[in-house]
Design a protein around this ligand. Structure first.
Ligand SMILES: [Zn+2]
Length: 315
């Protein structure tokens, strides 16, 4: 009797263990399936989403839903680093916009004028807009081809706003006592910004035929910053320029932007080891970090130039 009971108990235990392991396996495969549904490989993407064939995994496939795009903020995918490397600094620049001049600069330099206040905040606003638009683009581009195009245009407009809003304060501090030069260089900046905006917004210019023109306008726009700088060298001499603008940080900024663009352009390092940098360390992520570092150098150049102006260092 007791032997039969023990045997039955053993059979029940085996049965119970088997059921539990089946349940665990089912849960595991369910979780894997859910994870699989969220992330896709490059070859599973629709044509319009295929951009970088050296990034092989971790894609959020076309969602056709805002909710799903926003939900992608909460799980790790190959856009996560791109989104947060610009979202967090965008928020920091916004906070700076509200606090920096009011609480940290004006109390130290009561001679601050409205124009000083405006140009510093123009840069902070431009940096905020650029980083925020970029972050939104990386989050929303998964929606659909149409939305990807829209957010991509916004991303470009953000870059235009950062370049314009970076140039104007530097021109201002360089030529604060030469209104005609300040006006001339500001107009040149705004005209080039308008051309770039037209290039970005006009669908015709977005075709591959016009890509070289678009690239040329952007390069021209970026390098137009050399115009006030070289004019300043002729007009004030090297020491005069150094007394007005903290040039060293402008050079660091250029170095970060140019090296970031080259890394992005040549798709380094993922070209050297496809699939190894899908989530961390891809060229676009490095480019994002370089843009942030470049913008921080520019902020430092603006603040130092402002301090030079109010410390009466000018010759
Ligand atoms: Zn980007």
């Amino acid at each position: 009797m007791s032997i039969t009971a023990t045997r039955r108990r053993n059979q029940e235990n085996v049965c119970c263990k088997t059921t539990t392991s089946i349940k665990v396996e089912a849960l595991k495969s369910k979780a894997t399936l859910r994870k699989k549904k969220l992330l896709h490989d490059f070859h599973e993407l629709p044509d319009w989403q295929r951009d970088n064939d050296k990034i092989l995994t971790g894609y959020v496939r076309e969602t056709l839903s805002w909710k799903k795009c926003l939900y992608s903020l909460f799980y790790w995918n190959n856009e996560t680093v791109n989104i947060y490397t610009h979202l967090v600094p965008a928020i920091v620049y916004f906070v700076f916009g509200v606090t920096l001049t009011n609480y940290f600069l004006i109390p130290v330099f009561p001679s601050t004028t409205w124009s000083d206040y405006t140009v510093i905040n123009i840069f902070l606003m431009g940096a905020f807009l650029c980083l925020m638009c970029s972050s939104c683009f990386h989050c929303m581009k998964q929606h659909s081809e149409k939305q990807s195009d829209f957010w991509s245009k916004l991303d470009y407009l953000g870059i235009i706003s950062l370049i314009s809003c970076s140039m104007i304060p530097i021109i201002y501090f360089g030529y604060f006592d030469h209104v005609s030069y300040f006006s001339l260089f500001t107009i040149v900046t705004l005209v080039l910004a308008t051309f770039c905006t037209i290039c970005v917004l006009h669908d015709k210019f977005n075709t591959s035929t016009f890509r070289p023109f678009r690239a040329m306008f952007f390069i021209l726009f970026g390098f137009s910053g050399l115009l006030p700088l070289t004019t300043g060298l002729f007009k004030f001499g090297l020491q005069g320029v150094l007394n007005r603008i903290r040039v060293s940080f402008v050079f660091w900024e250029a170095l970060f932007y140019i090296s970031g663009a080259l890394i992005y352009g040549f798709r380094i390092p993922e070209t050297l080891a496809p699939g190894k940098f899908d989530f961390f360390g891809s060229s676009h992520q490095i480019f994002h970090i370089m843009v942030v570092l470049g913008s921080v150098c520019h902020l430092k150049a603006i603040i130092d130039s402002y301090k030079l102006m109010h410390s009466h260092f000018h010759s």
